[in-house]
Design a binder for this molecule. Sequence first.
Ligand SMILES: *Cc1c(COP(=O)(O)O)cnc(C)c1O
Length: 495
Amino acid sequence: MDIMYKSTRGGADCVTASQAVLKGLADNGGLFVPETVPKLGVDLAELAGMDYKQTAFTVMKEFLTDYTDEELMGCIEGAYDSKFDIEDITTLREACGAHYMELFHGATIAFKDMALSILPHLLTCAAKKNNVDNKIIILTATSGDTGKAALAGFADVDGTGIIVFYPKDGVSPVQEKQMVTQKGDNTYVVGIKGNFDDAQTGVKNMFNNKELAALMNENGYQFSSANSINIGRLVPQIVYYVYAYGRLVKDGVIKVGDKVNYVVPTGNFGNILAAYYAKEIGIPVGKLICASNENKVLYDFFSTGTYDKNREFILTSSPSMDILISSNLERLIYIISGCDGDKTRAFMNSLVTEGSYTIDSSMKDKLDSFYGGYASEDATAECIKSVYEKTGYVIDTHTAVAASVYGEYIEKTGDNTPCVIASTASPYKFARSVMTAIDKKYDSMTDFELIDELCDISNVKIPQAIEDIRTAPVLHDRVCDAADMQKTVEDILGL
Ligand SMILES: *Cc1c(COP(=O)(O)O)cnc(C)c1O
């Protein structure tokens, strides 16, 4: 059966998967959602025998139905290759009673590589299938990790260009250095004076600007998105939750049919939404544990039913989760509203005008597979230290937010269902926060001294992504006000 994609904000938009990948965002500002959620085409028992690429094919073909098997295999082969530093692409590591799913073995050492290494393939294939001649300009807002992963994925890809906006003072030193040293004739990196929400709002406004779209078209350009609003990001992220289930069966941790819990450190709600879809397509999931940092807008939402972004934006040690407007929550709101586009649009309008909205109790009842928690900065640091001291395993700050929330969840509920924690970044990416959590004495060292020290205490080889930036020259130094993002894009494209 062909799966078509509709907008969360209603309307007649009904497009194929490849068209949804190309467009990124629906014309009425909504996000594309599959009209029906497919089921896995194989028995759960078979998952244990599949490698990552086979799992990817099995999952993605159910969602991306207008891609042929050959096209899809081509995309998968092009994505999951030696860009990853382990053959399995991701691996599970047990520590302190949880299974850490290491999603950071790709080129830019954060989980964004899992989807952004395949998105350029899905997109260029979609352009061919739909006879698009325009050059596709990937417009991306990043809280630190998406930017580099998207740049790496799209650099020098024919028929594309990529412009990344990041909060100038809101990313880690390694994250910034990774981005501003990006090579490629078609790559542009811009720091904005503002936070991630400003960057994301600016990008969404450009997507929704019909005049700009017309001007772009006249000049042979069109926009697409590498953010998790694009289903071409979301679908590849479902794969690793399915794969992890198969691994746990294979390793004898669970029997086929047993439930697992997933804990996901959350910002834009894309990664955990993929876990939700994994449940919907048939993976036996107990709880989806949504872990926030001190920007705990999602924790408050799950506890009260009110989403309220009217609060101080806090810069934390887990910057990729410093977000107050979690875009992908819109998809969940749409689902729990009974796929009511009008209702979803009203909530999203209220979010723009009031900064908040409240769901009714019947919608709230449908959230019972989720558990929301958050970790303070102190709890996050404490968790890094304690996991390291107990096991020798060093986790990054984002993963530590998840691990801390999981610890609190166990204490509260006593739920001993086997648990997978999404480990979203290499500790090398956040070396200063990680090392000073382990011991304050490290604070006096330089960033690269810390990296060498981290290598010593963790016995984990320094990833190539870090070696690459030690000496790489800065190639991008554009900075603009949040209000001038569109002007900057026009300037870059010569419109
Ligand atoms: C992007 C990111 C997150 C948050 O993921 P969302 O899909 O935005 O919820 C968490 N950790 C790291 C390291 C990230 O890069």
